[in-house]
Design a protein around this ligand. Sequence first.
Ligand SMILES: [Mg+2]
Length: 405
Amino acid sequence: MTMRIDSVDFFYLSMPTVTLEADGSQDALLVRVTADGHVGWGECEASPLASIAAFVAPRSHGACQPVSASVIGERLDSPDDILRIAALVQHNSMDLLQAAHTFSGIEIALWDLLGRVREEPVWRLLGYDRAHAKTPYASVLFGDTPQETLDKGREQVRRGFRGVKFGWGAFGAGSPADDADQLHAAREAVGEDGLLFVDAGQVWGSDTDAALARLASLEAVRATWIEEPFEASEYDAHARLAASARTVRVAGGEASHNEAMARNLVDYGKVGFLQIDTGRIGGIGPAHRAARYADAREVTFVNHTFTSHLALSASLQPYAGLEHHAICEYPAEPKQLALDITTHHLALDESGTVTAPERPGLGVDVDADALMQYERVIDIVVDGRSVFDSPRIGAIASAERRIAS
Ligand SMILES: [Mg+2]
């Protein structure tokens, strides 16, 4: 039997107020794909409106077509079809920079749909025979003061996390002495035996000296990694920092919006940890290949995710079966919107670990009812004709109730 992709719907959701904090869970772009009556869900980690526009924009020329041109009506019978559609998008939208972000959510939904049809978890479709438990670290933003950082870290340790990552905020922008105070507070919070990770959020641009000025304090507090010290493509800067470090490793990769960027960080940036967001790199397929690439070069693969448990499940699939890649980013203080996206959550088990679900597809269900309050209504009009008119999540909720009753 041949399935064809019938529809791709985007749902733009957001908190009532979106602030300037570096918290990507304040809004969301959910994607619902249907093929022959089957449904799959995905999520883009991207600007929702810009990503919707990349799906519906009028073509600019043959290599700058909207993403829809490569997706609607395509055959979907196997993982090979997902790969084929991804190649179409790459070729037909090569000059449309938002295309990778837009397609990421669609690609994830295609895997979810295929998994549901075959009654297999996505990780099994990727060729893994089991999903290994991962040790999650809580991902939080630095406090405004060392005391606030200490309090935030202690709260995550109380919740059962063995590792905590502190990031962004004022870190890196003030003096190295200020950062040392923050780092010592972070170590105190996680305790002697806790895992400590630090995320600089690209604060140093390409300034290797600024990063080197913090190296001694990062190593003094035994940080496992320093994440995104530089802009994503500043490979030389990454490599120079890595060459100067004795114990701390350089981490990065979340900004990769294609596989080559991920490989370059390994080959030229000399990262010790490769962190990939399936909602940005083009979906689960490219993240899976990046994971195998890292594995073959003794670089540790880690998921990147800061939003919902749909995104968390999607981010776990690419390396679910890689036993020795055992660290997992876990969104520890997401906005309520992110929690409301799914009907249940990937909770930590009694040993404090988390595992990709055994249920078909991504193993999570979207809670359409809970999401009505977050809807943003978008109408994109070109030459007086609507090219995008928001589908209503409430209509999905009532349709699913009809099916259930
Ligand atoms: Mg980060």
